[in-house]
Design a protein around this ligand. Sequence first.
Ligand SMILES: [Zn+2]
Ligand SMILES: [Zn+2]
Length: 506
Amino acid sequence: MHEEPLHLFPSEGEPGAPSLREQLKAYTGVEVEGGLCPVCALRLETEFGGDPERFPIVRVQFSESRRVGIGTFAPSDPKSMSTEQLTGGVNFKLLETYGSDDDPRALDWAGEFSKANRGVLECIEFLKNPKEFLVEFLTLSQERQFKVPKFGFIDADIVLLAHTNESEFRQRMADPTNEALRSRLYTIPVPYNVRLTDEARIYTKLLGQSDHDFHIDPNAIEAASAIAVMTRLAPYPNLSAIEKLHLYDGKETGEFKLNQLPEIHKQSVREGLDGIDPRFVIDALSRAVAETEVEQAASGRRPCLTAVMAIRALRNSIERSHQIGDEAKKTYLALLTEARQEIDRQLKDEVRKAFVPAFADTAQHLLENYLNHCEAYCGKEKVTDPITGEERDPDEKLLRGVEEMIGVSENAKDGFRSGVLMRIGMWLRKGRPLAYNSDEQLGRAIEAYLFEEMKDIVRITVSKRSPDTQHAERLNEVIKVLCDQRGYCPTCSSELLDYVGALLNR
Ligand SMILES: [Zn+2]
Ligand SMILES: [Zn+2]
């Protein structure tokens, strides 16, 4: 049991003379507590004639896998559990050799207390242990001793590291019969993670370990992570859960700034101590994957976990959970709806971005058109119609239609237009080819404008079984962009289009 070598020094000496242990203390200042285990005590007498200096000492290195100084214990089925798992017991093979079950050499020393001696013992789901096990732990922490039947108390020096969940902890600690246990505990709250990026890493890792073959839609994990983290966040005045989520992740999306985080943390005492845990989320996602495997097996396509499926799976799991109280359920479902609105926006954005490359010629044409009219407007000139050669006023409707997409107001339009012309001019002077997104702001406006126009195409195409060929071709281009550039697979890209199409039809 990785015996303490200083236990070799006896605490009793010749009558009237100080013991070796007392001499040791006087000489070195080291106080030795406890005594040898029964085996070492027997060996000291029988093999080494009671002389501590003849007793061989070995150096050990802590190792969890070899069970040296680091033990772990988790309760199992109460019927098959025995306190000998902690204390060790009689080894019946050795019993044959030594003939008596109180010969210490017949002890197996395989109990966790012996393995963890002079180190740490990690107790998983500590409070789920039956009472008689808790008594063993309590004796160990109070007396620093444990008992094997037929033997005296054996000294052990172990840091017990126990974990449990908060509700179980509160419930058990409220029971007055657990007073002794409570007074021996030093409690450390361990909150759930509240950073979106870190949460996503948990699910990426766990889903990656699955031996099933499936694709994960690039938004699925973030969607599930966002919902999970949001249920853990403490409310804060004038800060929505979504904004708090992003702020904790290092992004300023609302009025609050990152330098306000310390103040926000101070006000959010119970943060991370409530909410749904990663296991709950992973269970929900795994079920969703299993369902899609069945669905896709019929069509011969590779199964895919999409964002929409992830959200639906979480909603179902929350609604059906027996562990979540009614009040919490209501809160979580409201947060899920809030998260969903944000995710819907992201998905629309995703489709919008994919549309533009598929409609690159249209985007280029729109850019040229906009610049022509913009230039004419700023120079107070007319625009020449390329077909009829007629002179016309700049098309204000077209100009405003594009500008309104990114919130340029009527008062700000003059500034915006001259700004665009100036930046584009600089771009061209550097000899760069002109693309619809050469100017960042105008690029965003053109994307949004095109998407507004394309909306009808998406709407019509996804709602019809057989869209006309030209539209179908364009949609295939969009799907190709999603797959080649955005990490989608054929399954989730066409589902994304269906979903966004349905959103637009509302
Ligand atoms: Zn020993
Ligand atoms: Zn996919």
